[in-house]
Ligand binder design. Structure first.
Ligand code: ZN
Length: 90
């Protein structure tokens, strides 16, 4: 994958996560446009639960004090990230 595509993906991922939490990914920036047309609607619906879980994990992480529970949560969070990346790369 080209580095431009990777940049698009990173930007679009961030925007998608923000917007999907509100229910819809409609951002019209160049990156989102490119990734959306590449990924397709089916995949968007498939990743939506993952995106929501990620967002919840992020909020939880922000609240948790440092400690074993936070470390566990962080691992889960990173796994979700990997899953999302895998889904988008399929
Ligand atoms: Zn965007």
């Amino acid at each position: 994958m080209s580095s431009l595509m990777n940049q698009f993906k990173a930007t679009a991922n961030a925007h998608m996560r923000q917007e999907m939490e509100r229910g819809n990914w409609v951002c019209q920036c160049e990156a989102c446009h490119a990734i959306r047309s590449l990924v397709g609607l089916d995949k968007m619906l498939a990743v939506r639960p993952l995106v929501r879980e990620l967002h919840q994990a992020e909020q939880r992480l922000a609240e948790l004090p440092a400690g074993p529970e936070r470390r566990n949560y962080l691992e889960q969070y990173l796994r979700l990230h990997d899953q999302l990346a895998d889904e988008l790369a399929k």
